[in-house]
Unconditional design. Structure first.
Length: 487
């Protein structure tokens, strides 16, 4: 409980500091204008702007992943998996989006709301055999109030405050890669999750924000520790029964400062997290089972910088995040935590980095290039019987990772489970978007993307085996984008 109390006290203190820092004379940071463009309309004093696009996309991968338009980079198969010797091609319209932005005023207070959906959810009856009926999925749904004193309060499901931004600390100003791939690029830190955010203007060129956001623990462990433990369970009421959910002690606490001194946009960000599991004493016949909860802390710090030149025809960005237990915020979903031999949960040290270049040589052409890396440190222990426990243990047998065996059935790839743990993912991505038509009736555009990803693992002893995998991915897209009103 001591760690939890400290965590909550830090959050309350940061929130109080943000409230005291807000200048009384500052103007609202998110006040909408009163104009209505061709893509918006008014209803009882509220401006409503439909947003979204219809898209048809194709993805070709040199390694078969049985994945749709989002590539699971940390699942690229090793040579022992049949998918490493097969390619896959898929057509998809599921990234099509539907949504709306709402703007209004209540006296001096500016009110905004936003909802955005796509079809990348999969229900229990979803398949690609005939009707291709996939579930509508919530991406964002939030509301905010921007007060005349410079404070903005937001609540709902949004891009996490940990996501890099490109302007002030405003919602809908996140710096999201321009990729066709729905999983974006290696090295990009993000989440879309429920939370409450308080933003304050700290001066003419500085902003600060603090957020309380939904927490989850991504977990991976090898071997059997000396004491049984429990991190969570399969989804219960209104959760996915095919997914696992951790028992979290507290939400994630995120803080960010942004600066725009005249040249560039700069951010400093930090996240604090709590991890918990329940650890059981080895059961002995005739004795009552004994268990205790174990809680530990994690978190990370990061920095982002963006520069624009030639009237924003060229934009350069650098993002970095490092810490313990931050894997879930990386696009590759490396694990946050593992377990020690005593059954206690252990956050994994990690580092993420991304360099981006976006070019806009003409009014109709966008070019982009990204280079990213995500790293998870070896966090290993040894059980009393001498076996390896944790993440990246050198005592784990990984010989099956490069040995292919016959399948168990026509849709059941065979072979033993590969126990190699990812040390680093590295990726290079290039692409383009061309707008063939743009006007009051929306935009018609097409795009192409190519990426190369390599997956490196921790070596085992004494053989020193470290399986590797890689994949080339090519994507194409045709989109019709709704007009965006006066924005």
């Amino acid at each position: 409980m001591t760690r939890v109390s400290t965590y909550l006290r830090v959050g309350v203190a940061a929130l109080s500091l943000a409230l005291r820092a807000a200048p009384a004379s500052a103007q609202s940071t998110a006040a909408p204008d009163d104009s209505v463009g061709p893509g918006a309309f008014r209803f009882r004093g509220v401006r409503i702007t439909p947003v979204g696009y219809a898209t048809l996309e194709a993805v070709y991968r040199t390694r078969a992943l049985a994945a749709d338009i989002g590539t699971p980079f940390n699942a690229i198969p090793f040579r022992g998996a049949p998918g490493a010797h097969l390619s896959e091609l898929r057509l998809s319209a599921r990234q099509s989006r539907l949504g709306a932005a709402v703007d209004a005023h209540a006296g001096p207070t500016a009110l905004r709301g936003f909802v955005e959906t796509d079809f990348l959810g999969a229900g229990s009856s979803s398949n690609s055999n005939e009707s291709n009926s996939y579930a509508l999925r919530l991406r964002q749904f939030w509301a905010e109030a921007a007060f005349a004193n410079g404070l903005t309060l937001s609540a709902g499901q949004t891009w996490s405050l940990l996501t890099p931004g490109r302007s002030r600390l405003a919602l809908r100003a996140e710096s999201v890669p321009a990729t066709i791939d729905a999983q974006y690029v290696v090295g990009f830190d993000w989440a879309r999750q429920a939370g409450v955010r308080l933003t304050s203007r700290l001066g003419s060129s500085a902003w600060g924000a603090i957020a309380i956001e939904e927490s989850q623990t991504t977990f991976l462990s090898r071997g059997t520790p000396d004491r049984p433990f429990l991190v969570g369970q399969a989804g219960g009421s209104a959760l996915n029964p095919l997914a696992t959910y951790s028992y979290d002690a507290a939400p994630d606490l995120i803080a960010k400062l942004a600066f725009e001194p005249g040249i560039g946009h700069y951010e400093l960000r930090a996240v604090g997290r709590l991890f918990r599991d329940r650890v059981y004493a080895p059961f002995r016949l005739g004795e009552a089972q004994h268990a205790d909860n174990y809680t530990t802390t994690g978190g990370g710090v990061g920095a982002d910088a963006r520069w624009a030149a030639h009237e924003r025809r060229a934009e350069l960005g650098i993002d970095a995040l490092w810490g313990r237990g931050i894997g879930r915020y990386g696009t590759s979903q490396l694990p946050d935590a593992t377990v020690r031999a005593d059954g206690h949960i252990a956050p994994i040290r990690a580092a993420h980095g991304l360099a981006s270049l976006d070019l806009h040589p003409t009014a109709t052409l966008d070019l982009y290039a990204y280079a990213g890396v995500e790293y998870a440190a070896r966090t290993a222990d040894t059980a009393a019987n001498g076996t390896g426990v944790g993440y990246g243990s050198p005592r784990v047998d990984v010989t099956s990772c490069d040995t292919e065996v016959a399948p168990a059935g026509p849709f059941s790839p065979g072979g033993a489970s590969c126990l190699a743990d990812t040390r680093a993912l590295r990726q290079g991505t290039v692409g383009l978007w061309h707008r063939a038509f743009q006007g009051d009736y929306g935009t018609a555009q097409w795009g192409l993307q190519y990426s190369y990803t390599s997956r490196l693992t921790w070596a085992t002893a004494p053989a020193g085996l470290a399986p590797r995998a890689n994949a080339h991915v090519i994507l194409a897209s045709l989109r019709y984008v709704l007009p965006q009103g006066s924005r």
